[in-house]
Design a binder for this molecule. Structure first.
Ligand SMILES: Cc1cc2nc3c(=O)[nH]c(=O)nc-3n(C[C@H](O)[C@H](O)[C@H](O)COP(=O)(O)O)c2cc1C
Length: 341
């Protein structure tokens, strides 16, 4: 096992746009391969250098190994059912933690370190007396719930950095929910109340092709980004898109040729169910007709094939109940999710 890093010139230099484009949620890991320690260290280093408010360093992590961690069985019970297989094939599990006390206990030193670094200066209006008599007392008066919201965002930044670094080193990543037993991870590891378990992150070498059947579809760019005012589309220039395709940030959309054969093959080799997750025909048609989504020809062709050849489920009553409740209680317009009859 290569624990120590190779010489720097032997580590491939993957450009950031390519690494970001290469990232996929990997759900099939090769359980015979272990990610080298230096790669995990590199990912954690990338997390450490993510932007963080007032330099307070609120994001921490526990790196867990299946065969070494005494809490593994507890973790298996906490992880959402559809993630159990993933954590058991992954090489490492990183439990990302947000330390709320960093806000209250480190803001003064964080800002002090920025000042000594030549980062925050009087040029921008920083001033010791104002910071200590106004800014810090105001920040320290935030209730923990508000601090938690701010700091969890920050942890997200750190995790994204770690995933990008991992992808650049050929490591597969996926974030996984631990929704089965709320509070279970905190209990298993005896986390003090100020430590919030933010997310689980499985890491390993992909068993599937690293492209995982292509880039997963997203909403259209101009549906997500707004120009000066909400609702005014911020449009991506075709020349930018063309350049990003060349640089690898935008890649072939899923499902690429052979993807379904690939996942059926993996399931067969593991003696597991190879079936797809099918939605009712009306739901597939509605989704494909939704102009907000940036669907390319291959996913549309797959939808047509599924509609033509598969036995699709009916729309369950619970689905109707869920969305009726949402509409009544929260005033959210969910009519499109209700059956037409
Ligand atoms: C906060 C967060 C939690 C996620 N939790 C799960 C999960 O529990 N299980 C899973 O299979 N994927 C999970 N994902 C992965 C998403 O499903 C995935 O990012 C999304 O489908 C887009 O695909 P891509 O990551 O391959 O681009 C999670 C992603 C995020 C950001």
């Amino acid at each position: 096992m290569a624990d120590s890093a190779p010489p720097a010139n032997e580590v491939p230099d993957v450009p950031i746009l390519r690494a970001l484009g290469d990232r996929r949620s990997i759900r099939y890991f090769d359980d015979s391969r272990e990610v080298e320690r230096w790669k995990i260290e590199t990912m954690l280093q990338a997390a450490r250098f993510a932007s963080c408010q007032g330099n307070i360093n609120c994001t921490e992590a526990i790196v867990v190994r299946r065969d070494e961690c005494e809490h593994w069985e507890d973790l298996e019970e906490c992880v959402s059912g559809f993630n159990v297989q993933i954590i058991n094939q992954a090489s490492h599990l990183i439990l990302w933690l947000t330390n709320i006390n960093a806000w209250y206990g480190r803001a003064v030193d964080g800002i002090g370190s920025l000042s000594l670094s030549g980062a925050t200066t009087k040029y921008h209006g920083w001033n010791y007396e104002f910071s200590m008599t106004q800014t810090i007392p105001r920040l320290m008066s935030f209730p923990p719930e508000r601090t938690e919201m701010l700091l969890r965002f920050e942890s997200g930044q750190a995790v994204a950095n770690a995933m990008a670094a991992g992808t650049g080193l050929g490591v597969g990543n996926i974030l996984i929910a631990f929704g089965r037993k709320p509070g279970g991870v905190e209990k298993a590891f005896g986390l003090p109340l100020n430590y919030k378990f933010t997310w689980g992150h499985a890491v390993g070498y992909p068993l599937e092709d690293a492209a995982a059947g292509g880039q997963r579809p997203r909403l259209r760019f101009e549906k997500l980004f707004h120009d000066n005012a909400l609702g005014t589309p911020y449009v991506c220039q075709p020349s930018t898109e063309a350049m990003l395709r060349e640089k690898g940030l935008i890649q072939e959309q899923a499902p690429t040729e052979g993807r379904f054969e690939e996942i059926v093959g993996i399931a067969d080799r593991h003696g597991r169910d190879a079936g797809m997750l099918y939605f009712p025909a009306a739901e597939i048609r509605r989704l494909m007709a939704d102009e907000d989504w940036d669907f390319g020809p291959r996913i549309r062709a797959k939808a047509e094939e599924v509609l033509a050849t598969e036995e699709l489920p009916e729309y369950p009553q619970e689905m109707k109940d869920t969305f009726m409740k949402l509409m009544n209680e929260r005033g959210i317009d969910a009519t499109k999710f209700l059956p037409k009859d």
